[in-house]
Design a protein around this ligand. Structure first.
Ligand code: SME
Length: 155
């Protein structure tokens, strides 16, 4: 993964065609952008925190059908959200509590999404490759997730 991804994201989402104050539309296009430009993914999308049900609920994504809800602190997503830290799992089959949505997934990276310091949810990336995500990938996707949060904040 290359840092140019961040420049591409900034350029594309500054375009009038993709600018929107609708957060779901923005996250839908962000998941499409990630799925298209990040190699070796089988799933890319968002789980959003819902106060009403006190759990993560499925947001915009690209990939196969996925579980609609993730209980608080469950799975890789719930753990990353609860701890508010990025999680890189080299082999999901060795992660206790991993929730298998797509059996093709072998490694996973989850990044917390915050807006104005408020927890909004997570960005979840799955790959069929073992140990797909490097430390540099984590840095780039963390910066991308911050850009998504800033776009939501500014709209
Ligand atoms: N594997 C995730 C669940 C979401 S799917 O990967 C899309 C987890 O363990 O939280």
């Amino acid at each position: 993964m290359d840092k140019i991804l961040l420049e591409q994201f900034t350029a594309i989402f500054a375009d009038d065609e993709y600018r929107t104050s609708n957060h779901i539309s923005l996250l839908a296009n962000a998941s499409a952008f990630i799925m298209e430009l990040v190699p070796d993914l089988n799933w890319a999308g968002f789980y959003l925190w819902e106060d009403r049900t006190a759990q993560l609920e499925l947001g915009p994504f690209q990939g196969r059908l996925a579980c609609a809800t993730i209980a608080n602190q469950n799975g890789v997503c719930g753990t990353a959200f609860a701890q508010q830290k990025a999680l890189r799992v080299a082999n999901v089959h060795e992660f206790a509590g991993h929730i298998a949505c797509d059996t093709a997934t072998n490694s996973e990276m989850v990044l917390p999404l915050t807006v104005d310091g408020q927890k909004m949810g997570v960005l979840d990336l799955d790959s069929p490759k073992l140990a797909r995500f490097s430390e540099q990938d984590q840095e780039i996707l963390t910066a991308l997730t911050q850009k998504i949060g800033a776009l939501i904040s500014n709209n």
